[in-house]
Every structure is written in structure tokens, then in C-alpha cells.
Design a protein around this ligand. Structure first.
Ligand code: SF4
Ligand code: SF4
Length: 190
């Protein structure tokens, strides 16, 4: 003989109503909330300061010269090896003769930004470069500079990141007081 007792009609109806209420509660709550969908690109979103978006090359704000000195540190650090740089040796400083970046294979890890000694490669607060043609994401030096002019830059640059990670400066050591002598006077030159 089974131990299961048949439930009464009202008890069964009560359980059913409770289950439906619990299942629909979240739906009803969200029905009354304002929509969170942003109609991009008509309404651009505000990105956080450390947003890791498109990569770009920069010019010096005062001289207008290219900041890149062709040192190839970004090329060496890049995990998927998507950066290729050719250095151009010149009087006084070096330049990048060629600079290519295969954005379609970039991991957006920011390592290239972190190692750049001249803040030449940075990230933008935008990812607005969608395309169906991968070849358009093979960026050369001119396009990387154009992206830098077109969008807002993220906060991080190589120098800022290194400053942030530098250990705090040591407090100055206080000069030691001269030890008192037997007659109570302090020692030292007379
Ligand atoms: S963000 Fe990372 S993966 Fe992309 S280019 Fe820089 S180092 Fe390479
Ligand atoms: S972008 Fe920076 S790290 Fe890369 S080659 Fe130019 S100066 Fe060197």
C-alpha cells in the first residue's frame, strides 16, 4: 500500500498559485523597470577610463612628431605576435619605418601599451571598427595614427602604468641624536 496521501483541492490550488507567483515575480518586477538597452550608435555609451578598445599610434602634442621610436618592444611582448615594426634610424632619434598591427587577432591584453617607453601606442575608448572584411583590420601606421586622432584615448599609457606600479618612495631617515657623555653633555665637535 502506498504512503502518498491525495492532496485536497484547495491545498493543491494554493501550491499551484504560489509556484506561478514565484515564477512570474521577476518578470513583473522587470516590466516596471526602465529599459537598459542603449540604441548604439545613435546614443554612444560612456566608457570607463581604463576601457581597452582599439589600438592607435600617437603624435607628440607639442612637436607634432610621431611618438614611436621603432624600438620594437611592443612587437616582442605581444603574445599572439600581431605587431610588426621596422625601425628607421635617423639623426637624433629613430622612427618606425613600417608599423603593422593585425587587429583581427589582437587579444586586447594591453601589454604593448604597458611596455611602450614613449606612450606611442595606446588604446581608445571605442571599438567602433566593425567590418565583414578581415583585410580592413590589418592596420598600417597611417591608419593607426588616424584612429588615434578620431577617438578619445583611454587613461592608460606605458608611463602612467609604470608610475602607478612603482613602489612608494622611502621616507627620509632622521639624523641620529649624538649620545650623551658621562657628565650629561651631548657628544660631538666642540
Ligand atoms: S593588446 Fe596584446 S595582443 Fe593586442 S597588439 Fe597589444 S600586446 Fe598584442
Ligand atoms: S609603439 Fe612604442 S614599444 Fe612599439 S615600437 Fe613604437 S616606441 Fe617601441
Amino acid at each position: 500500500m502506498s504512503d502518498l496521501q491525495p492532496m485536497g483541492f484547495w491545498r493543491e490550488t494554493g501550491l499551484l498559485v504560489r509556484a506561478v507567483y514565484r515564477a512570474m515575480r521577476v518578470t513583473f518586477i522587470n516590466l516596471l523597470r526602465k529599459p537598459v538597452t542603449v540604441h548604439y550608435p545613435e546614443r554612444p555609451r560612456t566608457y570607463p577610463d581604463r576601457f581597452r578598445g582599439l589600438l592607435a599610434l600617437t603624435y607628440h602634442p607639442e612637436t607634432g612628431e610621431e611618438n614611436c621610436i621603432g624600438c620594437r618592444l611592443c612587437e616582442f611582448i605581444c603574445p599572439p605576435a600581431v605587431i610588426k615594426v621596422e625601425m628607421l634610424k635617423a639623426e637624433g632619434r629613430n622612427y618606425a619605418k613600417n608599423f603593422t598591427l593585425e587587429l583581427y587577432a589582437c587579444e586586447f591584453c594591453e601589454l604593448c601599451v604597458q611596455v611602450c617607453p614613449t606612450d606611442a601606442i595606446i588604446m581608445m575608448k571605442s571599438f567602433d571598427l566593425a567590418t565583414a572584411d578581415r583585410r580592413e583590420l590589418l592596420l598600417d601606421k597611417d591608419r593607426l595614427h588616424a584612429i588615434g586622432e578620431q577617438h578619445d584615448a583611454s587613461w592608460a599609457t606605458g608611463n602612467r602604468l609604470r608610475d602607478m606600479q612603482a613602489p612608494p618612495k622611502k621616507a627620509p631617515v632622521a639624523k641620529a641624536e649624538p649620545a650623551p657623555t658621562a657628565d650629561g653633555a651631548t657628544g660631538g665637535p666642540s
